[in-house]
Write a protein that binds this ligand. Structure first.
Ligand SMILES: [Zn+2]
Length: 312
């Protein structure tokens, strides 16, 4: 893949037609799969109207059909620039800032960012392997920088006042393969069932899992995982190789971003923000241009309507 800075971006994707061609090639690099009849590698015709006609079912569609761009009145030029910027800002970009950059309202920019994040959602079935750190964090509310052990102290101590409903934190479980990929999943709780289900779904049974002393992790060996833990409570942050430092560094990055850029993220939308930060983490070896291009390999079939986003 070629490099792609902002100037090159402007040269290659400066017009609506360039953007349409780019989207066509990105979505259907190995032949068109008709979004209407589903036929693979189908012959198509470009009509004078700009619509694409399927030779098999004779229906017409556009490069936007059955993707997050469907039904959006925003030109592709603005969409593509938004995707580039969202991937390039390491801590994320606010809807206010994006709205100014591409000249749309803050509300439109927010909805675009949610759709962009939706495509970041992890759809890979590749299991984490080798040395995997598993850890939980609590995001949201006013004191989101605290680890769960400190938070529990706050909850049971005098600091417990002020925990109104808007201050309720959402647990996020992080699993990160050292030197590899990361998953961050929002959950209802951090009980044994939840944690063990996530471990089985995302981690190879031959991996060694490093965690803190949180009780439910003690079930891991019963499932067949090798398990090492570190006791944060007594400041034993590194027990041989049993640290959760990689996960901790992701949490601090995520929390700094959410507190500094987005200020407040509600529980129902938090997963999409986790997907955004995980995606940038998982593509950290890529250039901004490569990250931009890789986004399009996940775009097919993904739609997110305003109603489903708000209802969720
Ligand atoms: Zn068709």
């Amino acid at each position: 893949m070629e490099s792609f800075n902002l100037i090159q971006f402007y040269q290659k994707l400066g017009t609506e037609e360039q953007c349409q061609d780019f989207l066509f090639k990105s979505r259907w690099a190995h032949g068109v799969t008709c979004p209407k009849c589903g036929e693979i590698d189908v012959k198509t015709y470009k009509l004078a109207s700009g619509r694409i006609k399927c030779a098999s079912c004779r229906n017409t569609f556009t490069v936007r059909t059955r993707s997050v761009f469907e039904d959006s009145p925003v030109p592709l030029q603005k969409w593509l620039l938004a995707i580039y910027l969202c991937g390039s800002y390491k801590k994320g970009i606010s809807s206010i800032q994006l709205g100014k950059f591409i000249d749309v309202t803050q509300k439109t920019a927010w909805f675009m960012l949610q759709r962009i994040r939706y495509v970041y959602e992890n759809d890979s079935f590749e299991l984490l392997d080798g040395e995997v750190e598993m850890d939980e964090a609590y995001i949201g509310g006013k004191d989101s920088n605290k680890h769960h052990s400190k938070r529990l102290k706050t909850l049971t101590g005098k600091g417990a006042q002020g925990y109104g409903s808007e201050n309720i934190k959402t647990p996020v479980v992080g699993m990160v393969e050292r030197g590899g990929n990361l998953r961050a999943i929002t959950t209802k709780d951090t009980g044994s069932n939840t944690l063990m289900t996530l471990a089985c779904k995302h981690i190879n049974i031959n991996a060694t899992i490093y965690t803190d002393e949180h009780m439910p992790y003690r079930t891991l060996p019963k499932l067949g995982f090798k398990h090492e833990s570190v006791n944060h409570g007594v400041k034993e942050f590194v027990n041989g190789t049993a640290s959760t430092n990689t996960a901790e560094s992701f949490w601090s990055h995520l929390k700094r971003g959410i507190n500094g850029i987005y200020h407040h993220v509600s529980a129902k939308h938090l997963q999409l923000y986790c997907d955004e930060y995980s995606y940038r983490w998982n593509t950290r070896a890529m250039t901004d241009g490569e990250r931009f291009e890789s986004w399009f390999s996940h775009v097919n079939g993904k739609r997110l309507t305003y109603n489903s986003l708000i209802r969720k």
